[in-house]
Every structure is written in structure tokens, then in C-alpha cells.
Design a protein around this ligand. Structure first.
Ligand code: ATP
Ligand code: MG
Length: 367
């Protein structure tokens, strides 16, 4: 459904720790981008959720927040959770997992791209060409076991991996659609199914369903890799990777590894996409070790906002939002490559506020 961008509303959930810090920075950058690009601003409304709010109210994800997310056009999310704050049963406060389930956000999209000016983790020159996307199925897989694990007689424990045709097919479809869009820009498109089909029945089934989806997308190349081999290749030759689709737990692990390739968590954005709703958040957590010190690198949050603008642009046929996404990416690229400001995360001197100021200053003055 095409909507006038005047009417688009964003539910903003800053959360805890550095989530709040990078979100404040991101809203500043979005406002600055709107004044450069012209056109109507997105409406934003901030809502409570997370560990701090749980301490204040006894509720980690209020129903009013869930309903605000349901009626919003997109959800912009900081990060939530805190080490010592737990529910009475000892489980962690992870409202983002509840939102994933509530809105059936099955595709965890984790783009990994190297920006000039980032620390070189890999010596090989070709590492400057790192530009791939992990698509993580995130409604089932090994995370199906969350809250269902069993301890037997205090001597054994079990968790169950669930792979369904529906879950695998829709994550795979998303990956092929993405590869098709990327091909338009890059000239080639490939989706790699990352699994452990040689050992697990569930993973062999995952691969089979992937192959069924691949057969419908003959224009995009499709191949397979075992997750252990992929971990090796992601470090040895990440510049050869394009789009990957994988099970929930494998995706969780590989996406942190992938973030490490481009400097750290502060450069890794993510989107949780479903058929009707989508949530955009940095791939990092609340970083209790640096929270409250203003040191966080806001780039992952900025890049997540750019992903949100792209998603809204496509959904609502609004090219001006895509323009804003490119403005944000361009300003980050300019800031990092010029060396005007280097995030403290990479040994530079720029704290969150300084990174934000520099990124805003790197926007073109007007269009
Ligand atoms: P989660 O459980 O949510 O995955 P985590 O325990 O894996 O969280 P993160 O909060 O992602 O941990 O932090 C991992 C490390 O990366 C920490 O040392 C943290 O300080 C650092 N880090 C994460 N995000 C940023 C950022 N935006 N800027 C600078 N450092 C960051
Ligand atoms: Mg983590």
C-alpha cells in the first residue's frame, strides 16, 4: 500500500545502555538529513521498554508499546537488556525477541560492508571490498528451544532445533529477493545456504527447502556451504561472499564474526523483517562496559536507520526516503574516510556526540 510519507510514523524504542545514547544521536542525524533533503519529516514517537523500564514499572515490554509498534509504519530500536536485571525466573530481558515473535519478523538481515577509514582487520587489500549480507532465519531453528529446554535428572539437558518448510522457505525467498536487488547494482547475484546438512536431519531439510526455493530463482546463482567451512571462508576470503541464508543460531554466531571483519559491533546494522512489520536496530547490545560514558560508536544505529528508510521507500514507493538513506551512508563514508572523526571503538578520539556532529557536518549543505 502506497502511503503519503507525510503520514509515516516511526515507533522509537531507545531501550537501555548505549541503546539510548546511539538512538538520541540517530534522531539528530535523521532530522538533519530531512532538512537537507527537503520533503516531509517522518513522525517519531518514543515508547518505553527494556530493563530500566522494567525496574521502574515491573513491565519490560508494555502492551501500549506493542500496540504502538503494531500501528507504526516501522520500528526503530536501540538495544535492550542489562546484566543484573532479570525476571524473577532468572531469564534475561530481551524484548526484541518478543517483538520478533509478535510481528513474525522472520528475516534477520545483517549487511556487512567495509568503509574506507575503518581499521584493517585483514591485511589482504581485497578486504576493502567486503560487502555481503547474512540473512538469519529468526523465528525457529535452535532458538525454538528458548523456554522449552529440558534438564533430565540433573545429569543431562536437551534443547530442540525446529526447522519448518514455511520458516525456511520464507527466509530463503527473502534472501533471493535481496540478491536480485543487489544484482541490479553489482552485476552478479548469489545466495549461499549455510547449514550442517552432513550431520543433522533438520539441516538437511533446511537445505532441501532452500533448493526448492532456488529452483524458482534461476536468475540468481545458488550454492551451499557447511557452517564450519563458512566460518573459515568468512575470515579467509570474505570479499567473495554475497548473500547467505542460515538457521537462527548459526546466524547469531556468524553475524558477530562478520561484524568483527569490518572493525566491530559499532559498524553492524540490522533489520528484522516480516511480511507486514519491520524493526531496525544496531546488531550490538547495550554494552554495559561503556554505557553512560558517551563513547559508543553510533554508526551501526545510523546505518540501521538508513536500512529503515530503504525499506519504507520500497514499500511506499517513496524515492525521497531512499535519497535520505544514501545521504546518511554518504555522510558516514565521508566522515570515516576523511579521518575528520574516528570512533573511540577504533582507537580514535571521537565519542558519540563528536561522531554525530561530524556525520551531520558531512551531509551536503542543501539539495
Ligand atoms: P548482546 O547480548 O545484546 O548480544 P553482547 O553481550 O554480545 O550483547 P554488546 O553489547 O554487543 O555485547 O558488546 C560487545 C562488545 O562490543 C563490548 O565490549 C562493547 O563495548 C562493544 N560495543 C558494542 N557496541 C558498540 C558500539 N556501538 N560502540 C563501541 N563499542 C561497542
Ligand atoms: Mg552478542
Amino acid at each position: 500500500m502506497t502511503r503519503n510519507t507525510n503520514d509515516l510514523t516511526i515507533a522509537v524504542l531507545p531501550g537501555d545502555g548505549i541503546g539510548r545514547e546511539v538512538m538520541a544521536a540517530c534522531l539528530e542525524l535523521m532530522t538533519a538529513t530531512e532538512s537537507v533533503s527537503g520533503g516531509p519529516p517522518l513522525r517519531t514517537a518514543t515508547h518505553n521498554a527494556g530493563a530500566q523500564y522494567y525496574l521502574e514499572s515491573g513491565d519490560a515490554l508494555p502492551a501500549t508499546t506493542v500496540e504502538a509498534c503494531r500501528s507504526a509504519d516501522a520500528i526503530l530500536f536501540g538495544s535492550m537488556g542489562w546484566p543484573d536485571v532479570r525476571f524473577p525466573d532468572g531469564t534475561e530481558i530481551i524484548p526484541q525477541l518478543d517483538l520478533r515473535m509478535e510481528f513474525d519478523l522472520y528475516a534477520g538481515v545483517r549487511p556487512i560492508r567495509w568503509f574506507p577509514g575503518l581499521p584493517r582487520i585483514l591485511a589482504d587489500e581485497r578486504a576493502q571490498g567486503i560487502d555481503f549480507v547474512l540473512v538469519r532465519e529468526q523465528t525457529e531453528g535452535l532458538f525454538y528451544a528458548r523456554g522449552r529446554g529440558k534438564i533430565v535428572d540433573d545429569s543431562e539437558a536437551y534443547d530442540t532445533m525446529q526447522i519448518t518448510r514455511k520458516g525456511t522457505a520464507r527466509a530463503s525467498e527473502y534472501a533471493f529477493g535481496l540478491a536480485e536487488r543487489r544484482r541490479a547494482r553489482r552485476g552478479t547475484g548469489r545466495v549461499t545456504c549455510v547449514d550442517k546438512a552432513n550431520v543433522f536431519t533438520s539441516m538437511a531439510f533446511f537445505r532441501k527447502v532452500f533448493d526448492d526455493v532456488a529452483a524458482k530463482h534461476k536468475d540468481v546463482e545458488a550454492d551451499h556451504a557447511y557452517v564450519d567451512a563458512m566460518a573459515l571462508n568468512m575470515v579467509k576470503k570474505p570479499w567473495t561472499l554475497d548473500v547467505m541464508v542460515t538457521e537462527n543460531m548459526f546466524g547469531d554466531i556468524l553475524s558477530d564474526l562478520a561484524a568483527g571483519l569490518v572493525g566491530g559491533m559499532g559498524m553492524a546494522p540490522s533489520a528484522d523483517v516480516g511480511d507486514t512489520h519491520a524493526l531496525f536496530q544496531p546488531a550490538h547490545g547495550t554494552a554495559p562496559d561503556i554505557a553512560g560514558q558517551g563513547k559508543a560508536n553510533p554508526c551501526a544505529m545510523f546505518l540501521s536507520a538508513a536500512m529503515m528508510l530503504d525499506w519504507l521507500a520500497e514499500k511506499h514507493g517513496a524515492p525521497e526516503l531512499e535519497t535520505r538513506a544514501r545521504l546518511i551512508e554518504g555522510a558516514i563514508e565521508e566522515t570515516l574516510s576523511s579521518g575528520v572523526a574516528t570512533p573511540m571503538e577504533f582507537g580514535g578520539g571521537a565519542n558519540c556526540a563528536e561522531m554525530t556532529r561530524a556525520t551531520i557536518a558531512a551531509l551536503p549543505s542543501a539539495m
